[in-house]
Design a protein around this ligand. Structure first.
Ligand code: ZN
Length: 388
């Protein structure tokens, strides 16, 4: 029979081993959740507001993200651009950052969020071996961004309901989508973390008289809504003409927002406000279920032999070859699509023109790399750097 001392020693060893695993792991998760991601205020940024400036009940909440205001000072229309609705789709975040750090508005006003669902950027999917960060090489070194997940962090939004009943349509949706910012529009200020953010953005859209609303996304190649602009019926004329004009450079289709599918930005922003909503989807092989090693290289280079095999078997809605889908191509296409939407919009609605210069477009981003369009936070004056 083992002595009391040896059984106590065994228990202690188990506890110490357990702590040796849990503490370093926990420290990594804590550091990721609290990482202060810099955004440099480029020449066009005139003010940094908070989402709670439009909905005070959000003040201090995890989703009280920055709203970068780029006001030309010239009368015109207003655009709201959302990056980070789904923070595991880095092209949307980086496209928003390149606008903030480079663009100079010339007519009207641009409002940009890089972390629309900030809570979702504070958690990844450790069970799926997601990397915690991604790093973009630049001339001055590198810039590190938080990788995130499709859903708000359960630490902020818990527990999930058995079934998520969308407000106000009462449509039944998957339980975890109560944390998905692209299923909780138009939201409500006393609802879930994601619903509160959507309601605050709806307030912003109304208070700022937003004309053009663009939500930036990436999609898996196994999914049919890819390389496309999804548009509310109010925005379909602009989207169709933008898609046609872009097709001489690269494939960018156009789809109508389904009228009976609720909670999506391109449906509810059009139904509940006067803005014209668009969603842009570019290809991200990292999101495909058949992918191989799930690492930062796949996230940024978009090369995967298993996704290619799925393509050979005719299972994909977008092409892929050994060149993959590099982040430069994805950010470049997103930016060129934004620019084309505005160009067509300005043609049709000249009285509410929204224009800018210096947004890096697809050919330049592909030729020079997206890092060329990121500024050095250490070289910028402290009052020209914000954090997310
Ligand atoms: Zn998405």
């Amino acid at each position: 029979m083992p002595s009391k001392t040896s059984s106590m020693t065994a228990k202690l060893i188990v506890v110490i081993l357990w702590l040796a695993i849990v503490i370093p792991g926990g420290q990594e998760l804590y550091a990721h959740r609290h990482y202060e991601e810099p955004v440099v205020l480029g020449p066009g940024v005139t003010e940094v507001k908070k989402l709670s400036d439009y909905a005070p009940s959000l003040k201090g909440a995890v989703n009280d993200c920055n709203i970068y205001v780029m006001d030309s000072g010239e009368p015109g229309g207003v655009m709201l651009l959302l990056g980070g609705t789904h923070p595991e789709e880095p092209a949307g975040v980086l496209s928003a950052v390149t606008m903030i750090e480079n663009a100079k508005p010339t007519t009207g006003k641009l409002l940009v969020a890089t972390r629309a669902n900030r809570s979702a950027s504070t958690v990844t999917r450790p069970g799926d071996a997601y990397p915690q960060y991604y790093t973009i090489n630049t001339e001055f070194g590198s810039r590190k961004f938080r990788m995130g997940d499709r859903w708000a962090n359960p630490l902020d939004s818990w527990p999930d309901p058995e079934v998520y009943i969308h407000y106000p349509s009462k449509q039944l949706l998957a339980y975890m989508d109560i944390r998905n910012l692209n299923r909780t529009w138009p939201g409500r200020l006393n609802g879930s973390v994601a619903e509160q953010a959507c309601a605050a953005f709806i307030e912003l859209i109304k208070q700022e008289n937003v004309d053009v609303f663009i939500d930036l996304h990436e999609a898996e190649l196994e999914y049919s809504v890819i390389s496309t602009i999804v548009a509310h019926q109010n925005a379909s004329e602009v989207a169709a003409m933008a898609s046609m004009t872009l097709s001489s450079d690269f494939k960018m289709g156009m789809e109508y927002s389904p009228k009976t599918l609720h909670g999506l930005s391109h449906r509810e922003v059009g139904d509940f406000t006067n803005a014209m909503p668009f969603e842009i989807e570019v290809p991200e092989p990292f999101l495909d279920r058949v992918r191989g090693k799930t690492d930062e290289a796949l996230l940024l280079e978009g090369k995967d032999e298993f996704v290619m095999k799925a393509g050979e078997a005719g299972l994909l809605y977008e092409k892929i070859d050994e060149k993959g889908w590099p982040i430069d191509e994805r950010v470049g296409r997103t930016n060129s699509t934004i620019a084309m939407i505005l160009e067509i919009y300005n043609m049709l609605y000249p009285e509410r023109e929204i224009s800018m210069t210096d947004l890096p477009l697809r050919d330049d981003v592909v030729a020079n790399g997206v890092g060329r369009y990121l500024l050095d936070p250490l070289a910028a004056p402290a009052d020209r750097v914000a954090t997310e």
